[in-house]
Write a protein of this length. Structure first.
Length: 890
């Protein structure tokens, strides 16, 4: 039977090997098992445990050998010869990663019986299927970030979206009728993997997400709702689409735990105890382009060297739990003032109290990654050390509780109320598990003997007999008079009494020969043998008993999974609040206000750039209901982009509940931040950059509201100057007239500064630069009013463009400015927005037969060059083109 997971594949490494199927009747029982598992998991590469190795056979062996760089061997049995390759069980992670990187799902068929306990072949069963989005192996996961698997389902017009981190048990669901919202929500979570129902769209997923189909039965309404009910009772879901998504995702999660048939129950994931349903409107919308261009989580590579993103400068958390929670807050900034103020109150209180802050952080350092820990406990994969780590974490809770005793901020009191020290669990683990247990849980030294009477008795027997043996040497020397007689132990032969050859005559009658060596003989006595047997029996029984007790304790702890998860969540929240307070204190941030009178910032700083610039220049921002649209001009490298992002980042940070880098900040609560940066920065595969930019702009125009913050940085650069300018102007007008969003609009098109004359609500700002002799110095300070001349040529000079070329450029600009003066008189671009976009600059050149059209064109192109961002090759090619153009006319 096929699991129908994934898309049909012709890969011969998947499914049962043809050569094994050919003589199916002859196969040995073990190979038979392998073939069956390959049939069940025919979309995954099956790795089959044989002793200490996970093996693959036939074509799959070739695949494993190639990707994992292991040797292939030939395995022979009664039914034939097969190619085989294996990876070590104990050290599998790095090999598995290679197979996942090669886009394989990997089904691990483990020995589920101990070969020593069964007469025939030990049974093997697929116990987990590794897929990119459902990993739980710590070695394969980043500790400080979630790895999500998503599920998109459709029911009529509604979309249901469910998102799960299998390693932590975080389960979120939402629903909408808007495709764009689906895409935005997926962008927030950037799932590693997703499954979709039959009629759900696939083009809404981020590029990095591996999207596959999953058995339709799992999406079916009744199936899905039964499964959801089984896990979460009657969760608050908004409609059948959400139920379908959640149910199918649960089925998929079970499938990755060895439940091969979505109609049947797989292994139930007991640690999935809570489902959080949210409405996208409860959060500031941040689409993938905004997340990317604001560099919230990752630095864009166009900036060259790797550097910090916003999350890096804000992350002063001390636990993995806190680090993941901070990312979640950043992914979903709030819009509700009350919730934001509650976080800010807590951050303020902690910022002002250095001592408490330090002490809380000190105790939080003892906190382990409880979410992943408890999921290992529930999956029966936790060892004794994990339980001790849990105990250590629980030990810190009462201390944290005490530190929060006098907390004034509501959110801190709430944290305190929710801190559950789970005393029973702590006592259970404390009394049952030894302090420094080994990794192995089957070989003893795990359980305190005092925890169980029988265990205590067995360990006592072991101890007494060992003590008897310890004294044996002395007693036997005395009894036999052989003064160099020695008592020893080997793992193969057990205990012995060793007598050198010279003294063999003195050996008493009750010594039985055990082993002959070159210079000596080894003996045992019936009593020694008996004692030894007692030790072995007691030890074996005690180790087995410890294993049983351990599993019981682990299962008792697993029963409290929901409470442990709630504690994890509370500790994570505390860690984030303390972390934000730490950043606020260390970097001189201020508490933002939301007086609703516009966006007023004094001395605002870019949170990331200020950390790397030796002398960062703070800048103000002022947008009011009367002047809500700022056109920002200024030469290249003057600081426009930094400034625009800074305003957006302050808003995002404030709505996350963080203080902001400014002397004073009175901000608007925005429903959404849109940011688009000029096309030259964006290298999107497939579509032309200009097309991408236009599609993004279209989305802004459609979706922005008067509560949105729109940050547009040099839009319309990917096309001809005339078109670009016309598009930029039309966009600006639309945003101003129809949308009324808070807007920052940086442009190279100097003519757009005229918008301020024509439209109420538009103000000009510029970044000044001073020219010192022939060099340009940037002050990075924003000033009211439009920018003066373009300093592109000076920047080119500073960047090392040869003097001849610089001089020639100056001459061309001078000529073109003369032309502009003449033509501007005839064509008033600023005041005639309806004039056809393409005609504006064409007219300018054609209007005067006397001017040199080539010079004007070259000058215009030079002015538009973004020299600072050009590669040397681009610069040379452009210069070459310009030189040729000039040559042609001379
Ligand atoms: N306020 C500031 N204080 C100090 N340095 C700054 C400031 N703003 C920007 N810079 C630095 O100036 C350089 C140019 O900044 P930015 O990229 O923002 O300029 P720009 O005007 O947008 O340039 P372009 O038009 O070429 O994109 C950056 O290296 C940045 O670190």
């Amino acid at each position: 039977m096929s699991s129908e997971v994934g898309d049909a594949s012709d890969d011969p490494a998947l499914g049962p090997p043809a050569e094994m199927l050919e003589n199916r009747e002859e196969l040995t029982p073990m190979v038979q098992q392998y073939v069956e598992e390959c049939e069940r998991y025919d979309d995954a590469l099956v790795l089959f445990q044989v002793g200490d190795f996970y093996k693959a056979f036939c074509d799959a062996a070739e695949t494993v050998a190639a990707h994992c760089e292991v040797t292939m061997i030939t395995r022979e049995d009664s039914s034939g010869e097969y190619r085989a390759a294996g990876i070590p069980v104990d050290n599998a992670a790095s090999y598995l990663e290679k197979l996942l990187d090669a886009d394989y799902r990997v089904a691990i068929a483990e020995q589920v019986e101990d070969p020593e306990d069964v007469s025939g072949v030990a049974d093997r069963r697929v116990t987990r299927v590794l897929t990119p989005g459902t990993l739980t192996e710590d070695e394969l996961l980043a500790a400080d970030d979630n790895t999500f698997v998503a599920c998109l389902a459709r029911d009529g017009d509604a979309f249901g979206l469910a998102v799960l981190d299998v390693s932590t048990g975080d389960f979120l669901a939402t629903g909408t009728e808007s495709r764009a919202t689906v895409a935005d929500e997926l962008g927030r979570f950037a799932p590693a993997e997703a499954i979709v129902g039959a009629d759900a769209p696939r083009d809404v997923f981020p590029e990095r997400t591996a999207v596959t189909a999953f058995d339709e039965a799992a999406f079916e309404r009744t199936n899905a709702s039964e499964r959801v009910r089984d896990y979460f009772g009657a969760p608050d879901l908004a409609g059948p689409a959400e139920v379908r998504a959640c149910g199918a995702l649960l089925a998929y999660a079970e499938y990755t735990r060895g439940g091969f048939d979505p109609d049947e129950d797989g292994e139930r994931l007991d640690y999935l105890t809570h489902l959080t349903r949210y409405d996208p409107r409860e959060y500031m919308l941040l689409d993938p382009v905004a997340i990317d261009s604001l560099e919230l989580f990752e630095r864009r590579s166009v900036h060259g060297a790797d550097g910090d993103a916003l999350v890096d400068v804000l992350d002063e958390t001390v636990t993995a739990l806190g680090s993941r929670k901070l990312k979640d807050w950043l992914r979903r900034p709030l819009v509700e003032e009350e919730r934001i103020e509650a976080r800010l109150d807590a951050v303020e209180e902690l910022r002002d109290d250095l001592r408490t802050r330090q002490q809380i952080r000190e105790h939080l350092r003892q906190v382990y990654d409880l979410e992943r820990l408890i999921s290992r406990v529930a999956r029966e994969r936790a060892n004794a050390r994990d339980l001790r780590s849990l105990k250590q974490t629980l030990d810190a809770v009462p201390e944290l509780d005490a530190l929060l005793e006098d907390a004034g901020a509501g959110q801190l009191s709430e944290v305190r109320e929710e801190l559950d020290a789970l005393p029973e669990v702590r006592d259970l683990v404390g009394s049952a598990i030894r302090e420094d247990p080994p990794v192995e849980i089957t070989e003893g030294e795990v359980i305190r003997p005092s925890f169980d009477d029988e265990l205590a008795e067995l360990r006592a027997t072991e101890r007494e007999n060992k003590a008897w043996i310890d004294n044996l040497e002395e007693r036997e020397r005395e009894r036999t008079g052989i003064d160099n007689l020695e008592v020893g132990h080997t793992s193969v032969h057990g205990y012995y009494i060793e007598v050198t050859n010279g003294k063999l005559d003195e050996v008493p009658d009750d010594y039985v020969r055990r082993q002959t060596l070159k210079n000596s003989e080894r003996f045992y006595t019936p009593e020694l043998k008996e004692r030894e047997d007692d030790i072995i029996r007691a030890e074996q029984r005690a180790n087995d008993l410890e294993h049983d007790i351990f599993r019981e304790v682990r299962s008792d702890v697993a029963d409290e999974a929901a409470r442990v998860q709630a504690l994890a969540d509370t500790l994570a929240t505390l860690d984030v609040l303390v972390g934000l307070a730490e950043v606020a204190a260390t970097h001189d941030y201020t508490r933002p206000r939301f007086d609703r009178e516009g966006i007023h910032v004094e001395g605002g700083r870019h949170p990331v750039v200020e950390r790397t610039e030796e002398r960062f220049v703070p800048n103000p921002t002022s947008l009011t209901p009367e002047e809500f649209f700022a056109v920002v001009t200024g030469p290249n490298m003057s600081g426009k982009s930094t400034y625009m992002r800074q305003v957006a980042l302050l808003t995002v940070m404030a709505q996350v509940g963080s203080f902001v880098p400014a002397a004073d900040a009175d901000l608007e609560l925005v429903d959404r931040v849109f940011t688009r940066v000029g096309a030259s920065d964006d290298i999107a595969g497939g579509r032309s950059t200009f097309m991408v930019e236009m599609a993004e702009l279209a989305e802004i125009l459609e979706e922005a509201t008067d509560d949105s913050l729109v940050v547009l940085d040099e839009v319309g650069r990917g096309t001809s100057t005339a078109d670009g300018e016309a598009i930029a102007q039309a966009m600006a007008e639309f945003l101003h007239d129809e949308v009324g969003a808070w807007t920052l609009f940086a442009t190279h098109h100097h003519d757009l500064t005229a918008l301020a004359d024509d439209l109420d609500g538009v103000a000009n700002y510029h970044f000044a630069a001073t020219q010192v002799e022939e060099e340009v110095e940037f002050e990075h300070a924003i000033e009211p009013g439009p920018a003066g001349a373009s300093y592109g040529i000076e920047v080119a000079k500073a960047a090392g463009v040869p003097d001849d070329v610089v001089e020639r450029s100056r001459a061309l600009v001078a000529e073109s400015e003369a032309t502009d003066v003449e033509t501007d008189a005839e064509t008033d671009v600023g005041s005639t927005p309806d004039a056809g976009p393409a005609t504006a600059s064409a007219d300018r050149v054609a209007a005067d037969g006397e001017t040199d059209p080539v010079a004007a064109d070259v000058a215009a192109r030079l002015r538009d060059l973004d020299v600072a961002r050009m590669t040397p090759v681009e610069a040379l090619t452009t210069l070459d083109e310009l030189a040729r153009e000039v040559d042609r006319t001379e």
